[in-house]
Design a protein. Structure first.
Length: 247
């Protein structure tokens, strides 16, 4: 059984895009299926989930997925959210895997990943996807937290933030103020997760990722996501809401 699934609060606002698929898989695990079996039962992912033991010794995880269309899966929250992400964002996950495999083919598996593989891993583990009015983007880029979350608070009604990284989702099972996402900008008019998946998959590329196109965002500061941020003193914690570094 995948330990920890019972701790997930499916009413948490950041889990709204994941709720239907996640609860379905969690129920199957609760009925006694192994996690990889429960994930396969959805038949929605472009890979087949297999036990972690099927990953050959010495084989790179991403290269194995690329060559076999099989995703090694351990019991637990981390791989649970990874599997749900394959189900909900199949094109983006496939694109990330293709880019990882291309980097491995070009330079091999090195002790240090290099800028592209490092950014790919960061995206896969900790990215959040944000569509927002330009003033919110400017405040986020400047790390002007009071402007972002207080002065511009009404503009968040026009924004859409979707958490993507499976390690990020795992951490938020036990929410802490300091949990920070790496935000990736989404442009255009997008109405559904399927449209978002297609847009991100098309936008991802090695050159763009090498430039680390991310902005840090403490996610529990998002209006409506955490009751404590209704008191604006929440944003005065400089250990979490850190000012932008000056050159």
């Amino acid at each position: 059984m995948a330990h920890g699934l019972e701790a997930i609060d499916w009413q948490a606002p950041w889990l709204a895009p994941w709720r239907e698929a996640g609860q379905s898989v969690a129920r199957a695990v609760g009925e006694g299926l192994a996690l990889h079996q429960a994930l396969n039962r959805t038949q929605a992912a472009p890979v087949r989930f297999v036990p972690q033991g099927e990953l050959p010794a010495g084989e790179a995880y991403d290269r194995y997925i690329f060559n076999s269309d099989c995703c090694p899966t351990r019991e637990g929250l981390h791989d649970f959210f990874n599997g749900i992400c394959w189900i909900c964002f199949p094109r983006t996950k496939r694109r990330l895997n293709q880019l990882q495999a291309a980097e491995i083919a070009a330079v091999g598996v090195q002790p240090v990943r290099g800028p592209v593989r490092d950014a790919l891993t960061l995206f896969d583990e900790n990215a959040a996807l944000l569509q927002a009015p330009e003033p919110l983007w400017q405040a986020l880029a400047q790390r002007d937290w009071r402007r972002l979350f207080v002065a511009l608070r009404p503009l968040w009604d026009e924004a859409r933030l979707v958490l993507f990284g499976h390690a990020l989702l795992e951490k938020l099972v036990c929410p802490r103020k300091a949990i920070t996402a790496h935000v990736y900008r989404v442009d255009g008019t997008i109405h559904s997760i399927a449209e978002l998946d297609a847009w991100v998959a098309a936008d991802l590329g090695a050159a763009k990722l090498a430039g680390k196109p991310f902005a840090p965002l403490p996610v529990l500061g998002v209006p409506g996501w955490w009751a404590e941020n209704q008191n604006f003193c929440f944003y005065d914690d400089s250990l979490v809401f850190r000012p932008r570094r000056t050159p």
